[in-house]
Design a protein around this ligand. Structure first.
Ligand code: ADP
Ligand code: NA
Length: 339
């Protein structure tokens, strides 16, 4: 079986350092080892209200971020979810496989729906089933995501298994592999699987945080990055000499983790170099590293967005090639289900 990677990013504006370190940077690295599909998941985006013109702009911006960071849209597949009908079609079938009780346990729904749960869209509730469809339509074997998506990925594994079990007789009858849907493996590793807000060490860095100072956007310039890192919340102690000293110090842990991820290093090595330093000093080193790593990506994103012909062509070709993989899966699913 082909080892295949699928992952997605929502076009909901404000792409940030957490998206880069937790997802996009890993996308680039995985291209060496896997056949990769990287998706702008616009169907997911509309689970909460999106302004149509802003959504259109944002779709191109996410595709631009993939390409600017080093995703190869010719060797691999970069596409937009709504352009391949298998996602929505398979999601419906999986809506009928997943159990209400399983979805009731999803913590992200509770966070995103907030107090006014009765007024959340049905799509926001069923979101994890669509995510399962995204992965399973390609029978992807590996899914790089941040820590926040771990629970959804476990659900996708449960759905795959239940589908294979529920329809085992039909799958056998058709002479198909009894593990029709493989169990997708999460790829969650490294020092930045959960980048935290720069203003609150208990909250993850997020597109939807009302405070722009809480995150470093991939569109921020060097001055904005410097100002945000200098203002980042820290405790008054110097950096510890070893990683044990980061326990109970979430802000310090976060900044060291970001540094390590950007430097392709690990927190222990970062502390071996910077342990004992005051935060004022370490923050300057972090500013320099962040600007060095992000500014070429920001510049390339700007260039690509200014002339969207290339992005649009990449997305169109990606959708065609994605469709060629997903369509046979969907045809087989219809057969299996009895359509
Ligand atoms: P957001 O949660 O900011 O709306 P998405 O849901 O589009 O972003 O997530 C895109 C990818 O970025 C996912 O793989 C997700 O796990 C990852 N990601 C999002 N926020 C963070 C974070 N703070 N730290 C690490 N990875 C993150
Ligand atoms: Na997320």
């Amino acid at each position: 079986m082909t080892e295949r990677v699928f992952s997605g990013v929502q076009p909901t504006g404000n792409l940030h350092l957490g998206n880069y370190l937790g997802a996009i940077k890993r996308f680039v690295e995985l291209q060496q080892r896997f056949e990769c599909l990287y998706c702008v998941v616009d169907l997911h985006a509309i689970t909460v209200w999106q302004d149509p013109a802003e959504l259109k702009r944002s779709i191109r911006e996410v595709a631009a971020a993939f390409l600017a960071a080093g995703v190869d849209g010719e060797k691999h597949i970069v596409f937009n979810q709504s352009q391949v009908s298998a996602h929505a079609e398979l999601a419906w079938v999986l809506n009928c496989v997943a159990r209400l009780g399983w979805l009731n346990r999803m913590t992200q729904f509770k966070e995103k729906a907030g107090k006014d749960r009765e007024n959340a869209s049905v799509g926001l509730y069923a979101y994890p089933n669509l995510m399962a469809a995204d992965i399973l339509a390609y029978r992807a074997t590996h899914v790089p995501v941040g820590e926040d998506q771990k629970q959804h990925l476990e659900l996708a594994r449960d759905i795959a298994q239940k589908f294979n079990n529920d329809f085992s007789a039909s799958i056998a009858e058709l002479g198909l592999d009894e593990k029709f849907f493989p169990q997708p493996e999460p790829l969650i590793a490294g020092p930045a699987t959960r980048v935290m807000s720069l203003r609150d060490g208990a909250k993850k860095m997020s597109k939807s945080d009302a405070s722009d100072a809480s995150r470093i956007n991939l569109t921020d310039d060097a001055d904005q990055i410097a100002a945000k890192i200098r203002r980042a919340k820290t405790d008054p102690l110097p950096l510890p000499e070893s990683i044990e000293g980061l326990k109970e110090r979430p802000e310090a842990d976060n900044l060291v983790g970001i540094y390590a991820a950007l430097a392709d290093s690990d927190p222990a090595a970062v502390l071996a170099e910077h342990g004992g330093a005051q935060f004022s000093q370490f923050k300057q080193a972090l500013v320099d590293l962040t600007v060095a790593r992000l500014s070429p990506i920001t510049a390339e994103m700007k260039r690509l967005v200014a002339d969207p012909g290339h992005i649009d062509a990449t997305l169109a070709s990606g959708a065609e090639r994605a469709e060629a993989i997903a369509k046979p899966t969907m045809d087989a699913v219809k057969d299996i289900v009895g359509f």
